[in-house]
Write a protein that binds this ligand. Structure first.
Ligand code: 8OZ
Length: 354
């Protein structure tokens, strides 16, 4: 018996196994619209046996994109372009999951293969928004401190994106609350210096995340799961940490989040991160133990036995693989073989199954 290949039911959706593909930016859009690349890239992982396929961080508005190449969900055209992607993933027995995001002070950067780094408004970029006017890194312009009106407008963009994700045929939705992007920059006391209701105490810093969750949960159907990705720690003295994550996780659970995807870091380039196999698993484990909320473990998960151990020991309910899925789109088929179980082979490929 493999726990990794035991289905996981979240609300009305049963995921065929505990192997999820992490969202990964592809920088391959014009005007935020999905292209053939997205269909083939994401579709391949569904063919390869993933249980749930998370589409890359998708901007809820143009200024919420990390780069001009990001996917977006801000109009009916965006939903239409994603329709074949969600439909194909589903046709292969996997669950299509959208991840909606606002890049905050990390917005307006160049594609990595164009050199990365911030792009100024006069070069086709835009001024990023943030809780406080503190730049992400050297070379970045100070972001604009959001007014209360801008915050409330941002919340309405997330609602619109959730509606469009539903129209596009997604069966799960992840809220991107991690990695120093807008919502996480409100959570961290190092990037949020506001003195109004959206800053200060933990309650104030969590306000945006909780408001977004409540508002999206009203739109996202009862029968469909809602996930959130968080950075469990900033890895910075005086920053966001696991204790605060546990408080947040409880509040998200009460508001209808069904699984917490436990990542870390991303908010501060100077953070010292002890990255390596399983390094973020303790966060998934602690959140699951302390709150009873199902969790996903992510980061340097590359081997079937490693993934099996994480879920079989009850440290997390699912694993999210990122770069390993780029190296090996059919990783779940290899994992099934190594773990001695029937893999989710597409019938078209059965004659190649040894
Ligand atoms: C790696 C490279 C570029 C973007 C994230 C959207 O950290 C990202 C991202 C990760 O969530």
């Amino acid at each position: 018996m493999s726990k990794l290949f035991t289905p996981l039911t979240l609300r009305g959706v049963t995921v065929r196994n505990r192997i999820f593909m992490s969202p990964m930016c592809q920088y391959s859009c014009t005007d935020g619209l999905a292209e053939d690349w997205h269909l083939v890239h994401l579709g391949s992982r569904a063919v390869g046996g993933a249980g749930l396929v998370v589409v890359e961080a998708t901007g809820v508005c143009p200024e919420g994109r990390i780069s001009p190449g990001d996917l977006g969900l801000w109009s009916a055209r965006h939903a239409e372009a994603l329709l074949p992607v969600a439909r194909f993933i589903k046709s292969q027995g996997a669950v299509p999951c959208a991840q909606i995001a606002h890049a905050g002070r990390k917005a307006s950067t160049a594609r990595p293969w164009d050199g990365g780094g911030p792009v100024a408004p006069e070069k086709g970029g835009w001024q990023p928004l943030a809780p406080s006017p503190l730049p992400f890194d050297k070379g970045y312009a100070a972001p604009k401190e959001m007014t209360l009106d801008e915050i409330s407008q941002a919340v309405s963009y997330w609602e619109r994106a959730a509606r469009l994700a539903l129209e596009a045929g997604f069966e799960a939705l992840e809220l991107h609350f991690a990695h120093g992007y807008l919502v996480q920059s409100f959570l961290s006391p190092l990037s949020n210096r506001r003195t109004d209701a959206y800053g200060g105490s933990l309650e104030g810093r969590m306000r945006l995340a909780l408001e977004l969750t409540e508002r999206v949960r009203r739109i996202w159907p009862e029968r469909l799961p809602l996930l959130a990705r968080v950075s469990a720690t900033d890895w910075m003295e005086g920053g966001w940490d696991l204790g605060q994550t546990i408080v947040l996780a409880r509040a998200l659970k009460e508001r209808g989040v069904d699984l917490l995807d436990c990542s870390s870091g991303g908010g501060f380039p100077q953070a010292q991160i002890p990255a390596g196999p399983d390094f973020q698993v303790p966060f998934a484990e602690a959140v699951r133990r302390e709150t009873g909320l199902p969790t996903g473990a992510v980061g340097f998960i590359t081997e079937p036995a490693q993934a099996e151990a994480i879920v079989a020991s009850g440290r997390a309910d699912a694993v999210l693989l990122a770069r390993q899925f780029l190296r090996e789109p059919y990783w779940p088929l290899r994992a099934a073989k190594e773990l001695g179980v029937e893999g989710p082979w597409p019938k078209q490929y059965l004659r190649a199954k040894a």
